[in-house]
Design a protein around this ligand. Structure first.
Ligand code: IMP
Length: 427
């Protein structure tokens, strides 16, 4: 039985919730493998709407075990408040499993995230301000605090003091801020220990056993391919690996165990925060995509930048993730345009370029080369099969598939949970 990776093929916010809905009750484990509460997705169950930031979407399916893998950074205050919010609404959260190796976002990480952005001024990344980058930096610098440290007070004290030694010098001397007291941080962190203890598990063992037993395991990426710290538009990226390889390191599962990698692809493009975006629109078309597509961040409430579909990016996502399928979302948002531009290549310094340039400066200079595809005006939200789509919508999907390098196996045609056309089953 399959171990599936589900990830964003663009800059995040592609609508992963739809794909999770389609897989429905057949998934036994939903695993987050990277990122933290910088992610955000809305899941609709019946007439209830839930906005999740840190918890895997599987928390809402009764038969499913949600797992927070070692590659995730966990803000314990956010985790506990998300859990209690769900409990108040009658959701059973007792099955959650949390890796003891996941790193903790502490109050000093959030402070450092915010002051660093302020310090960068107009060169800022536009982070979500949740302490994600500084927590991963500490992990790589080997001065991070892990979930398991909460259960050994003396180790926790040593680690917090060591981390703060340096950070306080920086906060006070460079950023002109007040020092953070180790005792205060310790008291706060130790206050979470009892509530979290019951969730902690050897998640790599659990997941490998589950795959060996033939269970369906879904690895759910946060953010998207172009926000990957290695393969994205560095430095305008998040600090982890949303790409498919991240599922292996961030959950402790080998690549040979992964059977399918599904890229979620919006029928147009959006991005939040700063950084290059070749097909970005600054006119009323961009405004219309934002309005019709409801393009406002679940986590930050910021308006998303909007632009036409970029096939260069989609091809790149196929390459760096080894995508086996695409799930095309929000096709309905494009209904009503007479002609829809699709970016098929870039022009960089007068030359046509077919692949994503690996040089940052080139990417900043890339101008989209557009091909015009005929639009449609019919309501597509009731279509249940590919053949029920208007001819021009079919043509649009087929053109995207050819340009993007992997089959489009499902299409989102409306905001409702069931407004999806399934072409090839993911299971
Ligand atoms: P950070 O992840 O908070 O460090 O922010 C780094 C960059 O990633 C910023 O441009 C954010 O706007 C972007 N980002 C982080 N999480 C998401 C997400 O879930 N969707 C889209 N963009 C995101």
């Amino acid at each position: 039985m399959p171990a599936l990776v589900l990830l964003g093929a663009q800059w995040g916010d592609e609508g992963k919730g739809k794909a999770t809905d389609l897989l429905g009750g057949s998934v036994d484990y939903v695993v987050r493998y990277q990122g933290g509460n910088n992610a955000g997705h809305t899941v609709v169950v019946g007439d209830q709407k839930y906005a999740l930031h840190l918890l895997p979407s599987g928390i809402l399916s009764p038969g499913c075990t949600p797992v927070i893998g070692n590659g995730v950074v966990v803000d314990p205050a956010v985790l506990l408040s998300e859990l209690s919010g769900l409990q108040e609404r009658g959701v059973d959260t007792s099955k959650l499993l949390l890796s003891g190796n996941a790193h903790l976002i502490t109050p000093y990480h959030t402070t450092v995230d915010k002051v660093t952005e302020r310090f960068l001024g107009k060169r800022k990344i536009g982070t979500t301000g949740r302490g994600i980058g500084p927590t991963y930096a500490d992990k790589i610098n080997r001065v991070g605090i892990r979930v398991q440290d909460l259960f050994d007070e003396s180790i926790l004290r040593q680690k917090v003091e060591a981390a703060l030694d340096f950070k306080n010098q920086m906060l006070v001397k460079l950023y002109n801020r007040r020092a953070i007291a180790a005792d205060q941080v310790l008291e706060e962190l130790l206050g979470y220990a009892d509530e979290l203890r019951g969730f902690v598990a050897d998640t790599t063992l659990v997941l490998n056993d589950a795959i060996d037993e033939g269970k369906v395991v879904l690895f759910e990426g946060g953010q998207g391919t172009l926000l990957d710290v290695d393969h994205g538009t560095y430095p305008f990226v998040t600090s982890s690996n949303p790409t498919a390889g991240g599922a292996c390191t961030g959950a402790g599962v080998g690549p040979t165990k992964i059977s399918r990698v599904i890229g979620i692809l919006k029928a147009y493009t959006t991005r939040v925060g700063a950084g290059p975006f070749p097909t970005e629109l600054f006119d009323e078309d961009g405004e219309a995509l934002r309005r019709i597509g409801g393009e406002r961040g679940v986590t930050t409430g910021r308006d998303r930048r909007c632009g036409w579909f970029d096939a260069v990016i989609a091809r790149y996502a196929t390459r760096v993730n080894g995508l086996t399928d695409f799930f095309l979302t929000k096709l309905d948002v494009l209904t009503g345009w007479e002609r829809i531009p699709v970016c098929v290549a870039y022009e960089i310094d007068g030359k046509r370029v077919e692949e994503l340039p690996y040089n940052q400066t080139d990417f900043h200079h890339a101008k989209p080369v557009y091909e015009m595809l005929p639009g449609w005006s019919e309501d597509i939200s009731k279509a249940k099969t590919f053949e029920e789509l208007p001819k021009n919508a079919q043509r649009y999907v087929k053109a995207l598939e050819e340009m993007s390098g992997a089959p489009i196996s499902a299409i989102g045609v409306g905001p409702g949970r069931t407004e999806t056309i399934e072409i090839n089953s993911f299971l």
